[in-house]
Design a protein around this ligand. Structure first.
Ligand SMILES: [Zn+2]
Length: 498
């Protein structure tokens, strides 16, 4: 089976912040888990580089738009290894192959009769690069997202006949109720469509920074149509000399923020229907990270700096906190205090200590060799169900629930240590077999948890599994198995106090 997951492409003029890290890490957890299952995975991220705001910013800086995006895109390209994410490709919408694909697909939409010429007049937010309906503009003509004054724009445009797809889109939502996830976002998409769809501008003619409309030189495609097509175009050129489209399209999951719901749940499926292309399986809409009550983003002056956290605590700690603190699909508060509390209680104490003391006991009582003993069947029954549970949760993109299932096992193993008290067993030579079973069970349980936890903490679980001399992370290894481990190495604390 193939699995294709995407993040939104990030606006190239923004400085990378915690919100970018959040959606990218989430996609990475899903991609890594699928690779652990042995699936054929493609994971895409990238930058959105066209549109009027980019052209205006370049002008202010005395650069060409291409120079500006070439200067800014590396901040996002470099973010990916910094977050230790495993994306298979990084798309830039200024890539010539992308532009050619946009022209091809939108040309097909025109040939299919869904494009016409007209004059557009309406309220426009340059920051959104989007026209607002009269209802959205309200009486004060402010952008409902940016609270900035909208401008009245009138220009020759090509239009996409979005209104013609209203019934098809409602049918899609009826037949594919998990096309938009979670449910409250499905309802939002549905009511937007039911409120009536207006045709939308497909092109702009007042500036030139975009993909040229091939049938009319005076126009460039409206940036959203160009940007959305990244998910499709990337597959055609991500591997030189190979077209991956048949192998990976349609995508299983587009992960997006709730501010771009309309584009992904209305425009995007309509475009694909108009082009005669298959639709993705799920658009999963995550919430915002909140600091107090403010949305995390460039405007939030007191934002948590992900780079400071990674410098001080390591990348795994940031990954873990973001995936564990906020239920994926809902808004959630994040804070430096919350980060430190979770780092200490869960990473350092629950998991780090479990790993350290388990390995230390094998060294103290059995000279660093895991005893070849029968495993505790009750413990094994609790641990062996973990991988299946986690996969089931991740199939619904419920990353927080999957994390909780893992943490129940981490806590269980810590309780097991307390219940069995290996230090007491070790004092009584008559109970050597019991001690063998306890140590072997503990270290196998630890190994299995390390395997399942790998997508969250790739670096630390790599160290742990390396120390156990069992580096395999395939999920078929995520079952407790007597005699699997032999000599093991000592392990430095995985999550030291900074
Ligand atoms: Zn706006």
């Amino acid at each position: 089976m193939s699995f294709y997951v995407t993040t939104p492409i990030y606006y190239v003029n923004a400085a990378p912040h915690l919100g970018h890290a959040y959606s990218t890490i989430a996609a990475d957890v899903m991609a890594r888990n699928m690779r652990q299952r042995g699936e054929d995975v493609f994971f895409l991220t990238g930058t959105d580089e066209h549109g009027e705001p980019v052209a205006l910013a370049a002008e202010r800086e005395g650069l060409t738009p291409q120079e500006l995006v070439d200067k800014n895109a590396p901040r996002f390209v470099d973010l990916m290894p910094r977050l230790n994410v495993s994306n298979d490709f990084f798309i830039r919408t200024t890539d010539p192959e992308h532009k050619a694909k946009v022209q091809e697909v939108l040309g097909r939409i025109r040939e299919n009769g869904h494009v016409y010429e007209g004059v557009y007049e309406g309220w426009y937010c340059p920051r959104c690069a989007d026209f607002k309906t009269d209802a959205e503009a309200g009486e004060d003509h402010l952008c409902p997202i940016h609270k900035l004054p909208l401008t009245r724009e009138k220009e020759d445009n090509y239009f996409f006949r979005l209104s013609a797809f209203q019934d098809d889109l409602l049918k899609l939502l009826d037949e594919q109720p998990d096309f938009v996830m979670p449910r409250h976002r499905y309802n939002e998409a549905r009511s937007f469509i039911e409120s009536g769809l207006q045709d939308v501008s497909l092109s702009r003619s007042t500036f030139t920074w975009g993909v040229p409309v091939p049938w009319d030189e005076g126009h460039v495609f409206y940036v959203w149509f160009d940007a959305l097509l990244n998910y499709y175009s990337a597959l055609s050129y991500a591997r030189p000399g190979e077209d991956l489209t048949d192998r990976f399209w349609p995508a299983q999951f587009h992960l997006i923020g709730k501010d771009i719901l309309k584009f992904h749940t209305v425009f995007w499926p309509a475009m694909l229907l108009a082009a005669g292309l298959p639709l993705p399986e799920h658009v999963f809409v995550h919430g915002f990270l909140l600091i107090g009550k403010d949305k995390m983003g460039k405007s939030a002056g007191n934002a948590i700096d992900p780079f400071n956290i990674m410098d001080e605590y390591g990348t795994d700690a940031l990954r873990f906190y973001l995936m564990r603190e906020v239920s994926f699909g809902h808004d959630g508060a994040v804070s430096e205090e919350g980060f430190r509390a979770r780092y200490e209680s869960e990473l350092a104490n629950d998991f780090g200590n479990l790993a350290s003391r388990t390995i230390a006991m094998v060294h103290r009582y059995r000279d660093g060799v895991v005893p070849r003993a029968e495993l505790d069947p009750e413990l094994a029954a609790e641990i062996d169900g973990l991988a299946g549970e986690v996969c089931e949760q991740l199939d619904r993109a419920d990353i927080a629930a999957a994390g909780e299932a893992i943490w129940m096992r981490v806590r269980r193993l810590n309780r097991y240590v307390e219940e069995q008290a290996p230090w007491t067993l070790a004092k009584d030579p008559a109970r050597a077999n019991e001690l063998d079973t306890v140590l072997a069970s503990l270290v196998e349980g630890l190994r299995v948890v390390g395997v399942v936890l790998h997508p969250w903490l790739p670096e630390s679980t790599g160290k742990l599994l390396g120390a156990l001399d069992s580096p395999q992370v395939e999920l078929e290894c995520a079952r407790m198995q007597a005699g699997r481990l032999g000599a093991i190495s000592k392990l430095e604390p995985l999550f030291p106090k900074p």
